[in-house]
Design a protein around this ligand. Structure first.
Ligand SMILES: C[S@@+](CC[C@H](N)C(=O)[O-])C[C@H]1O[C@@H](n2cnc3c(N)ncnc32)[C@H](O)[C@@H]1O
Length: 246
């Protein structure tokens, strides 16, 4: 199992912006490794909702995740870049598709990743997206989500500011709309009979970042006692280490 950030980034060339984005993202954000570690023992197809340029697909394949991967995003330029990079890397069973998730949701049964996406949708569209994502979950599937949570404090203000900077820099087509409320998410998960754990991913980073992993009641590989509950210890260490580097 390998994680080779520079090699992954090279697959985005000749798009230099995406090459440098990938390099800096891998250097400063432990997200993809944490998500890959949470998904590695799952075998259901994965839908990556708001996949961006598809970095998660490369990390998952490098870590040995073999189930089908499909990514959807509203940004046609990112989807083109994601497709080209996946082809250059020779990623198997990997596809990308342009889609506006505030209007549409793909047919899917299996796991769903929602990484840094929900806050860019209006609350009503967020509701619909979360309902659609939860309806995809079947036996052995997980919903994995990273998001800021709406609660008092400077971390959320910082996170909102960075999300706005991404819009101003034109990395994002839209600015942030609303951050989910933890209690509302918990109630939604309970209505679907889904168990969820929330884990702060902030570490030493100034972001209001939470990792949420949810699945139906039956035991899931990610909750196996030998792996410990939640994000593996080495990932927590990675969070701290990455925080020091950034
Ligand atoms: C902060 S990026 C996260 C990208 C990716 N999940 C990752 O973690 O690398 C948010 C992504 O959500 C996408 N997005 C925002 N609004 C969307 C919508 N209505 N439908 C589909 N994608 C959307 C953006 O284009 C962007 O790629």
């Amino acid at each position: 199992m390998t994680f080779a950030p520079r090699d992954i980034a090279r697959h985005y060339l000749p798009h230099r912006t995406h090459y440098y984005y990938a390099r800096s993202k891998f250097a400063t954000d432990p997200l993809y490794r944490v998500v890959a570690e949470a998904l590695i023992d799952t075998h259901r197809p994965l839908l990556d909702v708001g996949c961006g340029i598809g970095l998660l697909a490369h990390v998952l394949r490098g870590q040995g995740f073999t189930a089908a991967y499909s990514g959807v995003d509203v940004d046609s330029g990112k989807i083109r870049s994601a497709t080209a990079a996946a082809n250059r890397a020779g990623l198997q069973a990997t596809q990308f598709r342009e889609m506006d998730l505030s209007r549409d949701f793909p047919q899917h049964r299996g796991s769903v990743a929602l990484l840094d996406i929900v806050q860019f949708l209006e609350p009503a569209a967020q509701d619909a997206l979360l309902e659609s994502a939860l309806a995809c979950l079947d036996t052995g599937a997980v919903l994995i989500m990273r998001t800021g949570l709406a609660r008092p404090g400077w971390r959320l203000r910082f996170t909102r500011g960075v999300d706005w900077m991404a819009r101003i820099a034109r990395w994002m087509n839209v600015g942030p709309k609303a951050y989910p409320v933890r209690e509302e998410l918990e109630q939604r998960f309970a209505r679907h009979g889904v168990q969820a754990r929330f884990e702060s991913l902030s570490g030493r980073l100034p972001f209001e970042n939470w990792l949420i992993v949810a699945h139906h009641g039956e035991p899931s590989p990610i909750d196996r006692p030998d792996q410990g509950k939640g994000v593996p210890a080495n990932s927590r260490q990675a969070v701290a280490t990455q925080g020091l580097q950034s």
